[in-house]
Design a protein around this ligand. Sequence first.
Ligand code: FES
Ligand SMILES: [Fe+2]
Length: 361
Amino acid sequence: MAPDSGTQSAVHSMVDGKTTPLFTLPARWYHDPAIYEAERWGIFAATWQFIGHVSDLPAPGDYVGAKIAGFRVFVLRDREGRLKAFHNVCPHRAAPLVGDGKGHCDVLQCRYHRWTFDHDGKLKVAPHFGEADWFNKEEHGLKPVRVDVWRGLIFVNIDGKAKPLVEFLGDVPALVEAYEMESFTKTDTADFSMDSNWKTYTDNFVEGYHIPGIHPGLIQAIDFNGFETTYQRNVIIMKAPQKSGSIYSGLWLWIWPNMTLSIFPDGMNTSRIVPHGTRSTSLHYSFYFRDASPEKEASRQSTIKTNCDIVREDFGICDESQDNLEAGIYKRGPLSPKHELGVRYFHDEVRAGLKTQGISE
Ligand code: FES
Ligand SMILES: [Fe+2]
């Protein structure tokens, strides 16, 4: 896991009367397959990964599956109502056991050759396998994954070595303490995919510098001169004074390494920014509202549409910047000390994650 590094003063530290220059990560890190492979282990396996909400799997046998940087995992509610997580990889010949997203299974059975597992991951039956004195079912159960829940949000930690979840979340729990997240109902989801590296998109998410250029509607709703980006332990906080009451009137957070959480007086949204290769990224939004009644459906859909329209506006510029990151002309660029300290913070965490895999600039 990346350390809880980064303070405003560290970024602004003075050397010989001048502030330290701020530059982006090298362009190569946005497309080199070796960097992506190191990120899989040094960042995505090593951190707590948000995977779903407790309301996604209310009953025994319900599950949520996800593919995170190539790692297929799923969380299952067992017969006693506890959450269990496993690698979604059959120990026979590696087929996935369940699909991505929400589902239900009374019996955990691989569809390839019908091996059947208990909810605790033990192999129960390997049908038609034949007699083999060397084959011990005990040795071929599902590989468990660490799972924990914070305020209704479910996280998994693939390498099992991250700090306890609440500690990992750094200053996030304190920042959202006053919001009644548990009173919100998850009502909708929206999925997107883009042809950018996950960091190209994240760089975009953690700065408001691009709002005048890319978000013509949003710039009307906020006072751009008052837009503020700060960071604390494992979280970047964005705030914009409102010109009129709008969906951005609450707390707008990005949480290391790939989750976002925006809380408003009437609800919240979460998202996961998930890499599937050097330039394939998916985005999975969930929307939660205090009032989930049918009478409020139109107003909820209008909030969701406004959100999703703004999200989509970023994809074109990210994909085109990704082309240029790969083309070999651009090497790295300077970061604005006024608007891009969030980008700097994110990059420092990436540097720390990759360092654990022996990679540095
Ligand atoms: S791969 Fe699952 S039973 Fe063969
Ligand atoms: Fe944007």
